[in-house]
Design a protein around this ligand. Sequence first.
Ligand code: ADP
Ligand code: MG
Length: 565
Amino acid sequence: MTALYGIPVVILKEGTSRTQGRDALRNNIIAARALAEVLKTSLGPKGLDKMLVDSFGDITVTNDGASIVKEMEVQHPAAKLLVETAKAVDAEVGDGTTSAVVLAGSLLGKAEALLDQNIHPTIIIEGYKKAAAKSLEILDEIATKLDVGGIETPEGLAKVRPELVKVLYTTLASKYLATPDIIDRLIDMVISAAVVASERRGDGTYEVRLDNVKIEKKKGASMTDSQLVYGVVLDKEVVHPGMPKRVEKAKIALIDAPLEIEKPEITAKINITSPEQIRSFLDEEAKMLKDMVDKIVAVGANVVVCQKGIDDVAQHFLAKKGILAVRRVKRSDMEKLERATGGRIVTSIRDLTEKDLGYAELVEERKIGNDKMVFIEGCKNPKAVTILVRGANDMIIDEAERSLNDALHAMRNVLRDPKLIPGGAAPEIEIALRLKKYAESVGGKEQLAIQSFADALEEIAVVLASTSGMDTLDTLMELRKLHTEGKLYAGIDVMNGKVIENILSINVAEPVIVKKQIIKASTEAAAAVLKVDDIIAASPMKAGEGKGGKAGEGGEEERGKFDFE
Ligand code: ADP
Ligand code: MG
């Protein structure tokens, strides 16, 4: 309810709650910081895992920030905003999510102190934006350039391989599955996969086309038995025992239509009065199926990959013609195959032509563990690869998949913007140092905001230090001292719990693009939270209303579930 010229005017629906001004802002800051608090302990290689149980009772154990925020059912709007930030960072660079949330949390924490000094949110936002822009410049100054030219040749790759290994090592070492032999195996596969899947751009950098890379998981054996396949692997078996298990020079029909007689949705009743009628009815069905198969044979296909089902009778006809077929293939795999084999997915068998067929040197069913899988190798587009991940249980295979994704993104990141920065909070401390000098040159109240931004960056060092059980204040002091002396690569060796003068000497390096993204996204998130001075929330829905899925998926229907206490 609000008053205009003394007359009360109702503009909000009954039951709507409203929090305004400082209270609203504080509420939001507290919620956002609470989320950051949760993620803090997961930062870095010694970060702890979170065990997340979703509403179906499925368990995820991970310390991957992106996965944590995706699984958490965050309800507060400001905390949700941070979740969105994390997802955006993940979508852009596939890494840095924990850092982005933690940094956004610290930025808001420092902002709170500034608010206490009666500094207006707009000034804080302005100061933060200036500080962020300056930080990006500083990052470019302290980054080292990589020469990625000619990476598709063995010599070209050999030149940068040691640097790439450092980056991948940094990404993978912070994961759950980290043992040296596994990491080496994964690194080898990731480098080869990324190089094969990449395309050279005009400016000499490369775009790793991640859609060319498929990760397929199969439980069993050990993770070191994982393999890189130059082609596409389908977690399917050949549908009929009479079919060939191996087809060379495969001409592949990609079909998104059932090789079945489609039964109408409505139940129709057919009155059959004699055995002949049954016969002719069945014959008619068989004939239709045979026609489908004849069509496939006529265009010259010897492999059928079907997104829908294949009827037993159709299987029989296909087998008789020596065609290898798989059914119920995922849409995403169909699309991968389309790109890999140069074929085209047809939605009606009638429309199938020779031109729609894809090509691969070899299609073969192989036994992997207790299951059979179909390998499609030597594809027309040689950029298609599959990493087949093995492992003792679902939990570690899933974590391996996440790690591989991170590693592939890391490759994409370095090849996009081939510059490396040290990890272990070295850049954060260096930027903080330089920002403090910069702040003086800006002056005024914004100076305070820029200084706070610098302090917030230092928090990353504090958090990393605490994950490895170091004294946080001592660590910070030592890092500041070393950086003041000009040692810009001085950072925290988290694994050994000590400060070292050159973090690159222990192979901890990251693509600069990730840090840039972290800074941009967390600044934006903090600014977005600081801009809000009014929270208007619909009254909570009654039980049973709305909300079908998990938080974050619901969008509109999530409204009203916000809890401001
Ligand atoms: P994020 O989700 O932000 O990527 P991570 O858990 O991957 O979070 O941690 C990344 C941080 O950990 C970075 O600041 C990185 O520099 C640091 N880091 C990773 N490995 C090491 C290491 N071996 N020693 C020191 N710092 C490391
Ligand atoms: Mg990471």
